[in-house]
Design a protein around this ligand. Structure first.
Ligand code: BZD
Length: 839
């Protein structure tokens, strides 16, 4: 039924997606003129980018609106992905490719006197994440929309994303804020009408039958901003809802009237602070985490409470009994960060909806699913009980009530096993007591999954072992991570995408939606003409990277050399340290050679990039060492033809899009058993790069797919790690004895050969002393693996074949496969396609 006015007038005026070039051009110019209020003759590239983005946004809004209406009408079961991080990167290029409008926009922009690629470069990254966990969430949104699944993301709209990394002249990381919203964000829709009141502090008074009344304290508003997530080659456009915090009232009128203006705005400042900035710690150590991190806990509750209020409201619009909640709602918890959603749903059901406790618990445990991303003990989230009691008094009561029944169940199954009760309790004893978020997440969820086979096995046998004994193995499963081939091949490597399409002789849209189709490349691996084209694409990507390095660092790079890349967050477990110590070893070896001997050496350019958590001293010291070693090596006339090295500052999604397609080899060299999965390993392989890596995370499954001969493995295996650490502690052997090659390297660093004698000692001592990450155990085997890489690279044709075969076998690692797995095995949701005519 038409709401008002003349239906014909409305229908004629409503627009669809603009797909013809003249209308696209008009729409861009219209935005220049009206939205931006700019004159054609003074329009710069930033303005042109903004106008083009606003024009694309109009198209996304049309599709987004229709999708939301369609979903509301059809009322399918929906899945919600709760993630404190969404590392989206840029949107314009992705939106144009997904809409299939890139060529048309490129032509329009050309006619207006601009170059589309230059405009794409004007966009700031949306960097609302630290690393793998946040980027995974972004890939999953792309795959959900592309597969027409009813999935929404929920996150926070941080005013400041991950800090900008600067490198000082002496090699130190400096942090600068990332005010990414400064130039307006065309990709979001402010929904000022969608708001919820969120309470903190106050008192909780228990009533009869498990209920309570929570009152007093501070109330803040959560305001929704919707980010449109276009699917690839479909009208379906999903939603990512990000919450912003706002004071409930502008300012405190009483203080204002009393003339105390500071006090008047104080509460409004403290409300706004909740979503001001993304926490820049990835695998935060427990001690740092726990104390004085009230704001982080506030973020977590603010976000989960707003998201749940929204989800419950949407469900209630369906007019179904609450017992059917799990038939319409599945909620995926991305790590333990959103675990408060479990007691929050209990609070809503019990306190607000009058659902009896046991029924509420049944609904809750059929709604949630929990993904674990790390088994590092220091990274498991815990919150002090006193802090929780102060900030969320009602939730602490609920957690205690959950824990009480839970421990009864444990005691019933394992009578009198007090140690087990102590390990499994949600509350860890101590001063202060702590709430173990992983235990709560596990107890409150239907399923728990790890993110690669080895990792999921470690979850089952280490951190969740007691829970497997209690619930049985079937609750603990695996979903190996994936990456979206739209961004990580088609968008970042158009040359390779083109070559693949032309070789497979199937439309690009077909293999981009079914990545297993890449196997068709195997039939061409032996074809010299194809090999030549494959190599030419890699070469031009190397030149593109060289150009980037030239413009950012002013360095000229030998693009004929092998490009060796390690890019990821700086962390001791990821062992950038092993890489840099290996580089120094290579440098010393080169220096010891005669000029004649050197000529036989395979020239290599090494790239590092990655941010360190601002408070992570050793990680920052490793960056400093990398930068200073680079300075010495790159200036050494004897060796620089054969070995140069660069630390690219401010690693981001956009920098990754330039680096990854250019790599010949990349390094994924974590201590065995520490890297849950890794996802950049998949991106490098999909772009025809080979891996040097440890037998860890998804490296293992990649090797299973591409064949062990195409991966350069080294190092000790997971089962050996514990024993080696034991030896380091109880039967230490000096590094000089255990690994002379490494000892020589450490000595050079200590001596001040790379400047700053003494500065690096705290890092060097981590290797010399406890060596928790097994640098001394893996060094020789690492160096041997690198020699194998050199040797293999000498036979360029064989190398190219390996590269082709690797990319061809990456089908499994599409995030489409991962999302299908979640949709079918966990969420029980189905595709709901919006037909082009809106039906
Ligand atoms: O998650 C990473 C793991 O380390 C990777 O092995 C894995 O591939 C990805 C995706 O599953 N974990 C993170 O990135 N973790 C964080 O960034 C993080 C952020 C905040 C707090 C704790 C961890």
């Amino acid at each position: 039924k038409w709401p008002r006015g003349d239906e014909k007038t409305w229908k004629e005026a409503l627009r669809g997606v603009t797909t013809d070039e003249p209308t696209i051009t008009k729409s861009i110019v219209n935005h220049v003129q009206t939205s931006l209020a700019r004159q054609p003759h003074n329009l710069d590239e930033l303005g042109a980018y903004q106008a083009a983005a606003l024009s694309v946004r109009d198209n996304l809004i049309v599709n987004w609106n229709e999708t939301q209406l369609h979903f509301t009408r059809k009322a399918p079961k929906r899945a919600y992905y709760l993630s404190l991080e969404f590392l989206m990167g840029r949107t314009l290029d992705n939106a144009l490719l997904n809409l299939g409008l890139k060529n048309k926009y490129s032509n329009s922009v050309d006619k207006l006197g601009f170059n589309l690629e230059d405009l794409l470069d004007k966009e700031r990254d949306a960097a609302l994440g630290n690393g793998g966990l946040g980027r995974l969430a972004a890939c999953y949104l792309d795959s959900s929309a592309s597969q027409e699944l009813p999935v929404w993301g929920y996150g926070l709209r941080y005013q400041y994303g991950i800090f900008q990394q600067l490198i000082s002249p002496d090699g130190q990381q400096l942090e600068a804020p990332d005010p990414w919203l400064q130039n307006q964000n065309p990709w979001e829709l402010p929904r000022l009408d969608v708001d919820y009141e969120i309470r903190f502090y106050g008192h909780s008074n228990r009533l009869e039958n498990g209920k309570a009344v929570w009152s007093g304290g501070q109330e803040v508003l959560a305001i929704a901003y919707d980010v449109m997530i276009p699917g690839y080659e479909t009208k379906n456009t999903n939603n990512l809802r990000l919450w912003e915090s706002k004071p409930k009232r502008g300012f405190d009128l009483n203080s204002f009237n009393a003339g105390d203006y500071e006090a008047a705005v104080e509460s409004s400042n403290s409300a706004a602070a909740i979503t001001a900035v993304l926490y820049p710690n990835d695998h935060t150590t427990c001690k740092l985490f726990v104390f004085g991190k009230e704001l982080r806990l506030k973020q977590q509750y603010f976000w989960t409470a707003a998201s749940l209020a929204d989800i419950v409201r949407r469900f209630k619009n369906l007019d179904k009994p609450l017992t059917e909640f799990p038939d319409y709602v599945a909620i995926q918890l991305n790590d333990t960060h959103p675990t408060l959603a479990i007691p929050e749903l209990m609070r809503i059901l019990v306190d607000e909806e009058d659902v009896p406790w046991d029924l509420a618990w049944n609904i809750t445990t059929n709604t949630f699913f929990f993904t674990n991303h790390t088994v590092l003990p220091e990274a498991l989230e815990k919150w002090p009980v006193p802090l929780m009691e102060h900030l969320l008094p009602r939730h602490l009561q609920i957690i205690y009530d959950i824990n009480f029944s839970f421990l009864q169940a444990v005691d019933k199954k394992f009578p009198g096993d007090l140690e087990r009760l102590g390990r499994m309790s949600i509350i860890e004893e101590g001063f202060p007591k702590q709430v173990r978020m992983a235990n709560l997440a596990c107890i409150g969820s239907r399923k728990v999954n790890g993110v690669a086979e080895l990792h999921s096995e470690l979850v089952r046998t280490t951190i969740m072992k007691d829970f497997v004994d209690l619930y049985g193995i079937s609750k603990f499963a695996n979903v190996t991570n994936g990456i979206t081939p739209r961004r990580w091949l088609d968008q970042c490597n158009p040359g390779l995408s083109q070559l693949i399409t032309e070789t497979l002789k199937i439309p690009r849209s077909v293999w981009l939606k079914d990545l297993y189709k890449l196997e068709g490349l195997l039939a061409h691996a032996e074809d010299p003409a194809f090999q030549k084209k494959w190599a030419a694409v890699k070469q031009s990507n190397k030149e593109r990277l060289a150009h980037y390095v030239e413009t950012t660092l002013g360095a000229t790079i030998n693009t004929k050399a092998m490009f060796d890349v390690q890019v990821k967050r700086l962390h001791e477990y990821k062992r950038q340290s092993l890489n840099i110590l290996g580089v120094i070893h290579r440098y010393l070896t080169l220096k010891a050679m005669s000029a004649e001997e050197r000529k036989k050496v395979n020239p290599k350019v090494i790239f590092f990039a990655g941010k360190a958590a601002p408070g992570y001293y050793i990680a920052k010291l490793i960056i400093r060492l990398i930068v200073n070693v680079a300075r010495v090596i790159n200036a050494d006339a004897d060796t620089k033809e054969y070995l140069t090295m660069y630390f690219l500052p401010d690693y981001s999604v956009s920098v990754a899009e330039v680096l990854i397609p250019a790599s010949d080899i990349s390094q994924h060299i974590s201590t065995a058993g520490t890297e849950a999965s890794g996802t950049s390993n998949m991106k490098f392989c999909l772009n025809g790069g080979l891996l040097v890596g440890t037998v860890d995370g998804a490296n293992i499954e990649i090797a299973e797919e591409v064949g062990e001969t195409n991966v350069f493995f080294f190092g000790h295996l997971t089962p050996a790690v514990e024993g080696l650490r034991y030896q380091h502690s109880y039967h230490p052997v000096p590094v000089e004895q255990k690994c002379p090659a490494l000892a020589a390297v450490l000595k050079e660093v200590s001596s001040g050969r790379f400047g700053d004698a003494g500065v690096y000692e705290p890092f060097l001592n981590t290797v010399r002393q406890h060596d928790y990450y097994l640098i001394t155990d893996d060094f020789d085997s690492y160096i041997r693996a690198l020699s194998m890489v050199d040797e293999a690279y000498q036979d360029r044709t064989e190398w190219i074949k390996k590269s082709i075969r690797t990319a061809a076998k990456m089908g499994k690692f599409s995030s489409d496969r991962a999302i299908q797995d979640y949709a079918q095995e966990y969420w029980n949701i189905e595709t709901l396609k919006l037909e082009p005519n809106g039906a």
